[in-house]
Design a protein around this ligand. Structure first.
Ligand SMILES: C[S@@+](CC[C@H](N)C(=O)[O-])C[C@H]1O[C@@H](n2cnc3c(N)ncnc32)[C@H](O)[C@@H]1O
Length: 264
């Protein structure tokens, strides 16, 4: 739950609820409480409500998200970690041997790596992203290395190539034609480079899978979130790359993860 210790005056909060409801917020009371807790005073609350009423994600407005047991700092323009990505965290933790090398490629705010380290402080975590704002945010969230660059180009090859036990890659995986169908919060306030995975949503995943065998340690796994509709194509992609592939789903989270294991 986002913080709700209320500090603003009651009349300002009542007005916040009214404006949020008028803007179409379904959980206007709850959101007003979260915004009030983030605001220093009534004027600040009014400004935060104005941003939220224009459709900015609540987490970007208050500057943090609660994800999988950790509080993640966020900035405008940085992907908001999704509840469903808890499946990636759980599988990463379960797959990591003692003192594992874990890489969070396409790390955004760094949320997934943070959550893994929260559960497994022994892992040697490296994170990376192309987007400088995401990298800056991840560096604020993590006390472990955060690299900047295009996919594996960002990583220090001398120390990581062939040594990664768990490669988390929550890449952009929305098919381009589906971007206009996303909620306005994502469509208008998250960079399309964080969402758009090309014609079938798997362009970035294919690039990651093709390189993954050279970076994984023997027995190491690649874990990527996908849609249910992408399962067959994603499994074929990891197999073509020489990894053993399977798809894990969680109905409660409505989450699907393709897993590719290096067995040779
Ligand atoms: C779906 S978001 C996931 C962010 C984070 N892992 C999470 O789950 O909250 C995808 C991320 O991939 C990054 N990205 C997109 N293309 C990339 C590339 N070619 N190389 C590195 N990062 C990339 C975006 O900047 C964005 O932060």
């Amino acid at each position: 739950m986002l913080r709700t210790d209320v500090t603003a005056g009651q009349s300002a909060i009542t007005e916040a609820v009214r404006r949020l409801r008028a803007a179409g917020c379904v959980f206007a009371e709850d959101e007003a409480a979260v915004l009030a807790a983030a605001a220093q005073d009534d004027q600040a609350l009014a400004e935060l409500v104005g941003r939220r009423a224009l459709g900015e994600p609540l987490e970007q407005v208050v500057g943090y998200a609660d994800f999988c047991g950790v509080t993640v700092r966020l900035r405008p323009g940085v992907f908001v970690p999704r509840v469903r990505s808890e499946l990636l965290v759980r599988l990463s933790v379960a797959s990591a041997p003692a003192d594992a090398v874990v890489v969070d490629l396409c790390c955004g705010s760094g949320a997934l790596g943070m959550a893994v380290r929260h559960r497994r402080t022994d892992v040697d975590l490296h994170s990376a992203d192309l987007d400088p704002i995401a990298v800056r945010t991840a560096r604020e969230n993590l006390h472990t290395p955060v690299h900047q660059g295009n996919l594996f180009d960002a990583l220090p090859a001398a120390t990581l190539r062939g040594r990664i036990d768990v490669l988390i890659a929550n890449v952009p995986y929305v098919a381009t034609r589906h971007i206009p169908l996303l909620p306005a919060e994502a469509r208008d306030h998250e960079p399309h480079t964080a969402l758009d995975g090309g014609p079938d949503g798997l362009d970035v995943f294919r690039a990651v899978a093709a390189e993954a065998p050279r970076w994984l340690a023997p027995g190491g796994v690649l874990l990527s979130e996908i849609t249910e509709a992408q399962a067959t194509a994603a499994a074929e992609t990891v197999q073509a790359a020489g990894l053993d592939g399977d798809v894990i789903s969680d109905d409660d989270l409505e989450a699907h993860v393709i897993r590719g294991r290096r067995t040779r």
